[in-house]
Design a protein around this ligand. Sequence first.
Ligand code: IPE
Ligand code: IPE
Ligand code: MG
Length: 240
Amino acid sequence: MSEENRGSLRIPAHIAIIMDGNGRWARRRGMPRTFGHSQGAKVVEEILEDADHLGVKYLTVYAFSTENWSRPQAEVKALMNLLRRYMKSSLAKCTKNNVRVRVIGDKSMLDKDLQDAIEDLERNTASNTGIGFQIAINYGGRDEILRAVRRAAAQGLLSDPEKIDESVLEGCLDTAGIPDPDLLIRTCGEQRISNFLLWQLAYSEMYFTDKAWPEFDHEELLKAIDAYNHRERRYGGLTD
Ligand code: IPE
Ligand code: IPE
Ligand code: MG
């Protein structure tokens, strides 16, 4: 893409990413799947910085789904260790870059020390005013909606059916207060949602690329944003 074209791009306020293909990328190189996850973790940090520099306000990444527990124990453990490392080592960088971290998903199923590290990072970055970085861990869209309904019930928000509207449920989602994604990117060829942000993706534009997550970079991000710039968002209405 030419420099001139880059300058005139409309930047989506919120980008969500299904970071897929770490395992396949590693296996193609004769390496264990966990090597792909380590590489993938580096790419997340780069893309967060790139997105921030481009003017993206929120970046949400799918790191571990409610279904990913069914993988071999060793792989689950490696993924949890990568997340643990991120939570424990990122405060200085987040502070420097003014990043606000929020973990979405059911944290109660995670090891206690990981839960504590998440809470620390969330608390210590909560007043940062730069990009909002949401990491989905033990996240499932259906599970999030169920938990939101339970939360709403516990707060007495469902007692009068007339008063139940979208804002009531939205306020109880893990993403409360965060605008819906404008653009969803999924890497490595699969064209499905895999239980990600079922409520929030209602009108997001979808972009699929064959590149595996460990090979996703600034140029690929620009390609996705360029594709987004060629979409016409109608939200069910008519444009002419
Ligand atoms: C994405 O890569 C990371 C997670 C789901 C944790 P995968 O691990 O799904 O890699 P593939 O899709 O099997 O190649
Ligand atoms: C989705 O990828 C979950 C994450 C990226 C964390 P999967 O690899 O788990 O999804 P499926 O199994 O291909 O649908
Ligand atoms: Mg996968």
